[in-house]
Design a binder for this molecule. Structure first.
Ligand SMILES: NC(=O)c1ccc[n+]([C@@H]2O[C@H](COP(=O)([O-])OP(=O)(O)OC[C@H]3O[C@@H](n4cnc5c(N)ncnc54)[C@H](O)[C@@H]3O)[C@@H](O)[C@H]2O)c1
Length: 357
């Protein structure tokens, strides 16, 4: 990881969604790389998440609690921060919630993305934007084929469609609005289902499992045969950091690549069924009971896989952890939290160990 330090040390890095699951891990990692980390989020989404510990430990140089939909406040704040990098993660990130709140999901994920992109136009220094979307931005035709960055965008549900919109907006700003502006570099990052300590979102498999087992209840599993690209949170985050460093050093938006998007997915062997994931994860917990419930409505596509050939050849990124090892890291974190151990120490230890692999 030493080589990443030169791109981030003493740099002002804005993370939107810094209170969230991925945003908090990214904040800690960037702090370790010597960056001045600044956060923008609407709220604290996981009170038992890593963020709560980080906020007590002076990890953030400054934090703003703002809504990305509020264009004027976002622009004023971005100008004040004057960042070298923006990792835009703030989003309504839950598929099931997007059915309940489709309009809010589109405002947050699509208009929010546009607001970030549009608000930097008066900043004159070199600025690198890494826009985090999702593997769900692809038009999913449910085959074993791993989607490539040039494949068709789509999305049946509001979350997936809003992430496809965020991709289109980011591509548009990169290739037209800012294509003649040398100081602005933009890339988008698409990753799969992420697991790891500190995710307490409802309707995500691992947090649902930990919640159920903590309360000594039976976990009900909705779609046991669905396969997903499971990854530990540190895997896509390494991809985002490599991508940030890459666009800092290369003019990728200026006609050198066919697209500004990069996939960060697991190896095909680790695209496994929900039932297999839960079988492996349950081994780490006592009283880990689960049962498969009848599928009434399939709100999420059941088969999704990503090709990471482009990230591999251009960024040198490849997955380092097997699904088993990713599940072990996640279980260790939740168990340490149950037992009242220092989760900051454990999180740093996991980043260090992962970086050395
Ligand atoms: N976790 C995953 O499995 C996964 C997979 C693919 C893509 N992603 C994407 O990665 C990013 C981070 O995901 P996560 O799991 O950490 O999400 P999360 O739900 O844990 O955190 C979301 C963050 O966004 C902030 N936010 C939400 N609405 C906002 C608004 N209107 N204005 C400002 N901030 C707002 C929240 O305060 C929080 O900090 C999201 O863009 C998500 O879509 C996540």
């Amino acid at each position: 990881m030493k080589f990443l330090e030169k791109d981030y040390i003493n740099k002002t890095v804005l993370i939107t969604g810094h209170t969230g699951f991925k945003g908090s891990w990214l904040s800690l990692w960037l702090k370790k790389l010597g960056a001045k980390v600044i956060g923008i989020s609407k709220e604290i989404v996981h009170t038992k998440g890593l963020y709560t510990t980080l906020s007590r430990q002076n990890i953030f140089s400054k934090e703003y609690f703002l809504d990305v939909i509020d264009r004027n406040k976002i622009e004023d704040t971005l100008i004040k921060i004057n960042p070298d990098y923006i990792f835009h993660l703030a989003a309504q990130s839950i598929v099931s919630k997007s059915y309940d709140e489709p309009s809010l999901t589109f405002y947050t994920n699509a208009i929010g993305t546009m607001n970030i992109l549009d608000s930097i136009k008066s900043i004159e220094k070199k600025i690198n934007l890494i826009m985090i979307t999702s593997d769900k931005c692809y038009e999913n035709v449910e085959t074993f084929y791993g989607y490539k960055e040039i494949d068709q965008l789509g999305g049946k549900d509001p979350y997936s469609a809003s992430k496809a919109c965020a991709e289109i907006i980011s591509n548009c700003y990169a290739r037209s609005i800012y294509n003649k502006i040398d100081n602005i570099s933009i890339a988008t990052a698409r990753a799969g289902n992420v697991i790891g300590g500190g995710d307490w979102s409802k309707d995500r498999l691992i947090p649902d499992a930990v919640n159920a087992w903590q309360k000594q209840t039976i976990l009900k599993i909705r779609n046991p045969k669905s396969t997903r690209p499971w990854q530990h949170v540190l895997e896509p985050l390494r991809g985002y950091l490599l991508l940030g460093a890459f666009i800092n050093n290369n003019e990728i938006t200026k006609e050198k690549l066919s697209s500004i998007s990069f996939n960060f997915g697991p190896r095909t062997d680790d695209v496994i069924e929900v039932q297999e994931v839960i079988k492996l994860f349950s081994k780490f917990f006592d009283n880990s009971r689960y049962e498969f419930s009848q599928i009434i409505e399939n709100k999420e596509a059941s088969l999704l896989n990503l090709s990471f050939d482009k990230s591999s050849s251009i960024l040198g990124w490849y997955p380092k952890l097997t699904a088993q090892k990713a599940l072990k890291y996640a279980a260790e974190w939740y168990l340490a939290q149950f037992n009242g151990e220092d989760i900051l120490d454990l999180s740093i230890q996991q980043i260090n160990e992962y970086s050395e692999l």
